[in-house]
Write a protein that binds this ligand. Structure first.
Ligand SMILES: Cc1cc2nc3c(=O)[nH]c(=O)nc-3n(C[C@H](O)[C@H](O)[C@H](O)COP(=O)(O)O)c2cc1C
Length: 145
């Protein structure tokens, strides 16, 4: 049922900096597993900080969040937003890596500030940043087709 669909956005801090190899391993592992569990979303990595949006059936998202919270590769997992959604915003699970990625669409003006705003004490600012990054990421993915 569509009402069972949820979206969770969180930020976290890498336990140690991720290089390309580790990011690719995480990406490959996650893509496989998310596909099996009907999960979609996005993961951004910038300077030791992760920002992830996960969407899918409530149980599958909850189960994965439990694993993610325990994952020693990062700490300080902080959920910014949990929403029930009618439609998915991402059709597949993918990952952007700033500063290397993003060949097709330039990062939005203020991308760095937006990323920093995720961690703002001001809740409105951090939720606005979630929305802006989501819109940007979707536009970027669409233009890759
Ligand atoms: C920042 C970050 C994001 C992650 N995202 C996902 C993800 O989207 N899907 C996934 O299956 N695992 C993800 N993982 C890995 C999980 O924490 C966990 O290692 C994985 O689900 C395998 O768990 P299992 O061996 O207990 O099945 C992520 C880990 C980190 C550090």
């Amino acid at each position: 049922m569509s009402s069972d669909l949820v979206s969770i956005s969180y930020v976290s801090a890498a336990a140690e900096p991720f290089d390309d190899d580790r990011l690719h391993d995480l990406l490959a592992q996650s893509r496989r597993s998310n596909h099996e569990h009907d999960l979609t979303g996005m993961l951004l990595y910038r300077r030791g900080r992760f920002f992830q949006v996960l969407e899918g059936p409530l149980d599958a998202v909850d189960e994965l969040m439990t694993k993610i919270r325990r994952d020693p590769r990062h700490t300080d997992v902080r959920v910014l937003l949990t929403e029930h959604i009618d439609d998915r915003r991402f059709t597949e699970w993918t990952m952007g890596y700033e500063p290397i990625g993003i060949p097709a669409t330039p990062a939005p003006e203020g991308f760095r500030d937006t990323f920093d705003d995720l961690e703002a004490d001001d809740e409105d600012a951090s939720i606005r940043a979630v929305r802006e990054l989501t819109v940007w990421f979707r536009a970027r993915t669409a233009s890759d087709d």
